[in-house]
Design a protein around this ligand. Structure first.
Ligand code: PEP
Ligand code: MN
Length: 257
């Protein structure tokens, strides 16, 4: 069967926001830790002009002994803060069993790098009409990533936003190697909006602004950046997180024409 994804696709989140028309800025902590942490971070981000809040509740940690996220309690915090501040929210869906739960609390589902090859999960998300951010597998070829998007689309859901988040290479200086050539390639191949995550893509906060500018220059439809109100206290990914003051400068520098 031939591929279903070809035409340019605008992905609508609500009446005010869609991906593929203007740059969409997503920001928030790696993980929702407490109501205070999420609210204070979110409030600052909203004032700066962020379009969508991010935050993990079910976290795919390399070690089973690392903090795994607050689960449903985290999603409840996210939902409440999103409503109070009137801003859409996105969180990662780790498995099929929590799809119903995520669906209630978030506006956009995220399929993380580790689950890009989880075809059962891609199929169930494909049967919904919920917008989904599909991150690139950390060792996925362009072809494998296109086919993962096709799994979702061929089951009926074309509300897909692709996210380049870096791939594993021989180099260990950065956490991953951010493959920006993938941005125009995926846009041409699928017609879908493509965003870039320079936080996981580099693992280093000082590289977020230069790589974000490069991402916008090559046609990215948005950016997903990790921000924590106190990065030094973050339970996850502090070293790659910006604080609110840094994010404000970053936002102004990246958005100015
Ligand atoms: C995330 O964005 O929370 C995350 C875990 O990223 P990735 O799946 O790209 O590693
Ligand atoms: Mn993270």
């Amino acid at each position: 069967m031939s591929r279903v994804l070809r035409e340019k696709q605008i992905v609508k989140i609500n009446n005010k926001l869609s991906f593929g028309e203007r740059p969409v800025m997503i920001a928030g902590p790696c993980t929702i830790e407490t109501e205070e942490q999420f609210f204070e971070t979110a409030k600052g981000l909203k004032e700066i002009g962020v379009d969508v809040l991010r935050g993990g509740a079910f976290k795919p940690r390399t070690s089973p002994y690392a903090f795994q996220g607050l689960g449903e309690e985290g999603l409840k915090i996210m939902h409440k803060v999103g409503k109070v501040l009137d801003i859409p929210v996105v969180s990662e869906l780790m498995d099929e069993t929590t799809l119903g739960m995520l669906d209630q609390y978030v506006d956009i589902l995220q399929i993380g790098s580790r689950n890009m090859y989880n075809y059962a999960l891609l199929k169930v998300v494909g049967k919904t009409r919920k917008p989904v951010i599909l991150k690139r597998g950390m060792s996925a070829t362009i072809h494998e990533w296109i086919m993962a998007a096709e799994y979702i689309a061929s089951h009926g859901n074309h509300n897909i936003i692709l996210c380049e988040r870096g791939v594993r290479t021989f180099d260990t200086y950065t956490r991953n190697t951010l493959d920006l050539a993938a941005v125009p390639i995926m846009k041409m191949e699928t017609g879908l909006p493509v965003i870039v995550d320079p936080s996981h893509g580099t693992g280093k906060r000082e590289l977020i602004e230069p790589m974000s500018k490069a991402a916008m220059a090559c046609g990215a439809d948005g950016l997903m950046v990790e921000v924590h109100y106190r990065p030094e206290e973050a339970l996850c990914d502090g070293p790659q997180s910006l604080d609110l003051e840094m994010y404000k400068k970053f936002y102004e520098n990246v958005m100015k024409k």
